[in-house]
Design a protein around this ligand. Structure first.
Ligand code: BG6
Length: 484
């Protein structure tokens, strides 16, 4: 089965920071893959812009190398790379001065979709927005794309929003959280709202608790300077995990549309209870056999930044009162494993005498690796000998169920860039959502800073600090194992 792709209308996409890491690894290879899949028309244009002094040919060579390194397996024919390169152009640009803006404007066509990707740090967002409008590179129909980190706290996020809104309307601003572009994250909505089976059970009456885990094996080597100012809370929880929690906890939106979905997510964020210190566990990876520890990568032996965070989160509304969401994320853990597990309550009464107590059903939505869905159910053990019960997984990996469609599935960035061109903001964060998330996160951070909290050391290749296990044990629950 081969995926059907619906081509988007032609467009001009400007990538400011066009020679940067994100452009090289994700944006440009992603566009190339979309062209190969027949989604990006040959008439589209991609204009790189940055302070690096290149001409069109040099930029094309830069992109050729990026594609050979990062495009991965594609459905491309032989001449595809050359065809893609002809769509590219380049303008050297001075963000703080006036050089390059006129040239950039002259490269853009008047009657096609126009989008500008800010593939740069957030400290430049305001200046770029002002320059784009002052030099009329953009107009009221253009779209802009910005990346996390969207602020460092509520105050900086409000400032960024204000700077962007001075120049653009909210429906022109596409704030990327790449987790929303992940196939299985969208599948969470499909599973919940495309089936009649789950939604009646999706509440505190039937769900014991929810576990959201984003475990990584990578460390922060090479990005310690950024990471040490963020930590797991700002780097993963305020954005990616918050989005997962929202999609999991939200009420059914009236339709799958940008404002309907985002209104419901916002209500969840606003319903999150403040988290007390006893419900937060922070950790820092230590070292095994002389391999660098977190503080080595951070370049600060006294760093108190967390590379692991686990929390118990309560959503204070009718649907979820009494059913906690446990979330955890960390670097250098035993395995790369990201999943959402919905743990249903035990059956209220067992009719099977002499059988051990049955556990509740568990629905697991695996984000990565091996994206798929598993439902753990109780069945009878086969064969004679009376009624003996056992638990089995009803397992579906997307790769098995959907074959080729999965092999060439667009990655998160590809999908989101195509959504920008289509003008669909459903999978992008609205300004008020981002601010509400910071408003919830800030006091938690402030509390541990005020208390001078020091993260507990944890063994690399483990599951995080001991205390994170206690977070569930004391509630009579246990984490699902982190494993591949
Ligand atoms: C990024 C974080 O936003 O997401 C990284 O800054 C993290 O620290 C990454 O490793 C995880 O993304 P993915 O797609 O690999 O799960």
């Amino acid at each position: 089965m081969v995926a059907t792709t619906i081509p988007v209308d032609t467009f001009d996409l400007v990538i400011i920071g066009g020679t940067g890491d994100l452009a090289r690894r994700k944006i440009l290879p992603g566009l190339f893959r979309r062209m190969c899949a027949g989604q990006m028309p040959d008439t589209a244009r991609v204009i790189g812009a940055s302070r690096t002094d290149l001409d069109q040919t040099a930029f094309q060579e830069f992109v050729r190398e990026a594609l050979s390194e990062f495009a991965g397996e594609t459905q491309c024919d032989e001449g595809a790379v050359d065809r893609f390169l002809t769509m590219l152009d380049y303008v050297p640009l001075d963000v703080f001065g006036d050089a390059g803006w006129k040239a950039l404007k002259s490269k853009l066509r008047p009657d096609v979709i126009r989008a500008v990707y800010f593939s740069v740090g957030p400290s430049l967002f305001g200046e770029i927005a002002r320059k784009l409008t002052a030099h009329k590179v953009t107009d009221e129909n253009s779209r802009i794309v910005v990346e996390k980190p969207f602020g460092h706290d509520l105050e900086t996020a409000q400032l960024l929003n204000a700077e962007l809104r001075d120049c653009f309307k909210e429906d022109q601003i596409y704030r990327i959280d790449h987790y929303l572009g992940k196939e299985t994250v969208q599948n969470l909505m499909a599973v919940r709202f495309g089936n009649a089976l789950f939604e009646p059970l999706w509440n505190a009456q039937h769900v014991d608790h929810v576990q959201i885990t984003v475990g990584e094996t990578v460390d922060v080597d090479g990005r310690g300077a950024y990471y040490d100012k963020s930590g797991a809370m700002r780097d993963m929880v305020q954005n990616h995990i918050m989005q997962l929690l929202c999609l999991c906890a939200m009420e059914p939106p009236s339709k799958y549309g940008a404002d309907a979905v985002r209104d419901e997510k916002l209500k969840v964020i606003r319903a999150l209870e403040p988290v007390s210190a006893k419900d937060v566990v922070r950790g820092q990876y230590g070292s095994d056999d002389g391999v660098a520890r977190y503080t080595d990568h951070a370049g600060d032996p006294k760093s108190k930044t967390e590379s692991f965070l686990a929390m118990k989160v309560n959503v204070a509304n009718w649907r979820w009162a009494g059913t906690p969401f446990y979330i955890r994320t960390g670097k250098r853990l035993r395995a790369r494993m990201s999943e959402i597990a919905i743990i249903f309550k035990d059956p209220p009464h067992s009719i099977f005498e002499g059988q051990p107590d049955r556990k509740g059903n568990v629905l697991i939505i695996r984000l990565q690796p091996d994206e798929g869905i598993t439902l753990r159910v109780t069945i009878k053990e086969p064969g004679p000998g009376g009624m003996r019960l056992t638990e089995v997984p009803l397992d579906m990996t997307f790769a098995e169920a959907l074959g080729d469609q999965v092999a060439f599935m667009p990655d998160a960035y590809e999908r989101l860039i195509m959504d920008v061109i289509r003008g669909d903001q459903t999978l992008f964060m609205r300004g008020d959502e981002v601010e509400a998330a910071w408003a919830w996160v800030d006091p938690i951070i402030q509390a541990w800073q005020a208390a001078g909290d020091t993260p507990a050391q944890y063994d690399p290749s483990g599951s995080g600090p001991e205390d994170s296990l206690m977070l569930l044990h004391r509630d009579g629950r246990r984490w699902r194992e982190i494993k591949t």
